[in-house]
Design a protein around this ligand. Structure first.
Ligand code: PQQ
Length: 564
């Protein structure tokens, strides 16, 4: 009953299991199931709840996997559980022994596992990747991705393509270098590595392969050596074009004036490739096939990591869509990543007035935080109020695409920040920002905003407002439902065409997890993990104070309709 490449390839259509992060390689988070629908969802009831136990709580951002009568679910502090699907009883548990001194920037979270053959794969906060036997939880192999003492960590779900386990890395706030690595899934041996900051050398089968980009073309001096661009959200695989798609985070440090290689208006000098970009990568060799940079000369912490969803438009044209931290929703060509269109998906974007026909932002330079070296005291550059905040119009939490409505359901947040730059120099294992900031809500009554967006026009068909910032994944179904959770603890189903609330259930802690659905014996099940945390309570400034009453937790909730 080992999971094959074919099983992974048809995960989006097969309804009996959930084998990939994203509910299919296209990351649509769309289920063809209709058993549960607009008429009967009001009767949805919990069937079991599984607690992660212990005193370790904090953010539970995971997406469970379902296979062969078991659920595999990761938890905070690098834990993973196998749970009996029928009863909710634990079958095995594995806790990674984390060293003192790990440096995750944004909570001790994990976003999920991968499954292939007889193994389960998951990453740990000390920047390792572990293969476990799916039946027993015994360790098959355990490999180091990078040195946690330098600030590297790992929070994403690994990706499996053609017998390779493909991973990104975290650590962008510590001047690390973003990289994608591919290992043999059976042995854990490294096949290739691809740093995403130009000037760095890739490897293939233990030998140097090619340099990323052109040394110093878009970076001044040695800045590329500690250039950031963490590939921290993992990536996806587009089978149609045989391409891995990975995003790269913000360039380091945040202070963009330190990263200018010349006159910013000339060519792409100072763009800091390939930070704040999406990259198309050849899965066999690790060679970069294309790139699209969302925020060149990034200066607001607008990481370019957000997920890229593959879909077909109304005329059947194959496209990508991605909702960036910077507040713009992009549609790209699937063959070469070329820019097709972009529209705002949040209100009040202040740093750019739009995106030009080449895909480059039309900057509002007055909204770039000032250069501290030009300040009278040389210590604090001019402060600006910029929107969206550095936590983004949308952060890591995945959107969903419905083949039923042709709409994207985008979890967004309406907030801004005071931001200023400060002098900074690189020190191994220390924060490398050169910025200070305070996040503020843009509206009195809501920050969270789930929008239904038409990818042909950028039009918002409806908006569902939530008081606290939305921080969990979205799922949609052919039954006409949109599922998501709130930090206030409600797991909610909306009507996919009107946004009307059809059902909700209070889970006892904030939801920052990613819902799934599957079918067994003719019944449709829905699961979501509840447990408040992630970046908002840690970095949210005035917003964090506003939501500091929310309780932590760690529970998998599973629902279905009562038996007729
Ligand atoms: N992680 C969260 C979260 O899980 O709530 C939010 C963020 C991260 C961010 O806003 C980040 O900028 C971020 N950056 C990095 C990085 O640059 O390496 C890593 C992570 C992470 O691994 O969780 C986050």
């Amino acid at each position: 009953s080992g999971v094959t490449e074919e099983d992974l390839a048809k995960d989006a259509e097969s309804t009996g299991d959930v084998l990939t992060n994203g509910m299919g390689r296209n990351l649509q988070r769309f289920s063809p199931l209709t058993t549960l629908n607009k008429e009967n969802v009001k009767n949805l009831m919990p069937v079991w709840a599984f607690s992660f136990g212990g005193e370790k709580q904090r953010g539970q951002e995971t997406q469970p996997l379902v296979h062969d009568g078991m659920m595999y679910v990761t938890a905070s502090y690098s834990r993973i559980y196998a749970v009996d699907l029928a009863t909710g009883k634990e079958v095995w548990q594995y806790d990674a022994r984390l060293p003192e001194g790990i440096l995750p920037c944004c909570d001790v979270i994990n976003r999920g596992a991968a499954i292939y053959g007889d193994n389960i794969y998951f990453g740990t906060l000390d920047a390792r990747i572990v293969a476990l036997n799916a039946k027993t939880g015994d360790v098959v192999w355990n490999k180091k991705i990078a040195d946690y003492k330098e600030g590297y960590s790992y929070t994403a779900a690994p990706l499996i393509v053609d017998g390779l386990v493909i991973t990104g890395n975290s650590g962008g706030e510590f001047g690390i270098v973003g990289e994608v690595q591919a290992r043999d899934a059976l042995t854990g041996e490294t096949v290739w590595t691809r740093p995403v900051i130009e000037g760095h050398m890739g490897t293939l089968n233990g030998k140097e392969s090619t340099m990323t980009g052109t040394l110093n073309a878009t970076w001044p001096g040695d800045m590329w050596k500690t250039g950031g661009g963490a590939t921290w959200l993992g990536g996806s695989y587009d089978i149609e074009t045989d391409t891995l798609v990975f995003g790269a985070g913000n360039p380091a440090p945040w202070n963009s004036h330190l990263r200018n290689a010349g006159t910013p208006t000339e060519g792409n000098v100072g763009d800091n490739l390939y930070a704040a970009s999406r990259l198309g990568i050849d899965p066999k060799t690790g060679e970069i096939k294309w790139h699209f940079q969302t925020t060149p000369r990034e200066g607001w912490d607008y990481d370019g990591v957000n997920e890229v969803v593959a879909f077909a438009d109304k005329d059947g044209n194959k496209k990508f869509a991605t909702a960036d931290r910077n507040g713009f929703f992009y549609v790209l060509n699937r063959e070469d990543g070329k820019f097709l269109n972009a529209w705002p998906f949040v209100k009040d974007i202040s740093w750019a007035s739009g995106i030009d026909e080449t895909g480059r932002p039309i900057y509002n330079e007055a909204n770039r935080p000032g250069d501290p070296s030009k300040a009278a005291d040389g210590a604090k550059g001019e402060m600006v109020f910029a929107s969206p905040s550095f936590l983004g119009g949308k952060n890591w939490m995945p959107m969903a695409y419905s083949q039923h409505t042709g709409l994207f359901y985008v979890p967004s947040n309406e907030w801004g920040m005071d931001i200023w730059n400060e002098p900074v120099s690189y020190k191994k294992g220390a924060a490398y920002l050169g910025s200070g900031f305070t996040i503020k809500p843009n509206y009195e009554d809501h920050i969270g905003s789930l929008k239904a967006i038409d990818p042909a026009t950028g039009e918002w068909k409806w908006e569902y407002k939530n008081e606290a910032p939305l921080w969990g994944g979205v799922m949609t179904t052919a039954g006409g439902l949109v599922f998501f959770g709130t930090p206030e603890g409600d797991f909610i189903a909306l009507d996919d065409t009107t946004g009307e609330k059809l059902w909700s259930f209070q889970t006892g802690s904030g939801i920052v997890g990613q819902p799934i659905t599957w079918e067994a014996d003719g019944e449709q099940y829905v699961s979501v993990v509840s447990g408040w945390g992630g970046a908002v309570p840690l970095w949210g400034g005035e917003v964090a104070k506003k939501v500091n009453y929310l309780n932590q937790g760690g529970t998998v909730w599973t629902f279905k309709l009562p038996k007729q």
